[in-house]
Ligand binder design. Structure first.
Ligand SMILES: [Cu+2]
Length: 73
């Protein structure tokens, strides 16, 4: 299935290590083709194959790292 783009608001990042940690964790989630986490914009953008995982699974991965995440329209 082709991947679609999903954007999330992420609260609680303090530095570049936080955004790298989130990108690394998301890249391990099946169905994630690419991620781009922007510290200053408090956002992460994920190319996701919805046949493998859902936006809620992305939220779960981010929240397990100790940040707060919510899907943006
Ligand atoms: Cu940090």
């Amino acid at each position: 299935m082709p991947a679609t783009t999903h954007t999330f608001r992420v609260e609680g990042m303090h530095c570049g290590s936080c955004s790298l940690l989130i990108d690394d964790a998301l890249e391990d989630l099946p169905g994630v083709r690419s991620t781009q986490t922007a510290l200053k914009q408090k956002r992460t953008t994920v190319e996701l194959d919805l046949s493998q995982n859902s936006p809620q699974d992305v939220v779960k991965v981010i929240e397990e790292l100790g940040y707060r995440a919510s899907p943006l329209p």
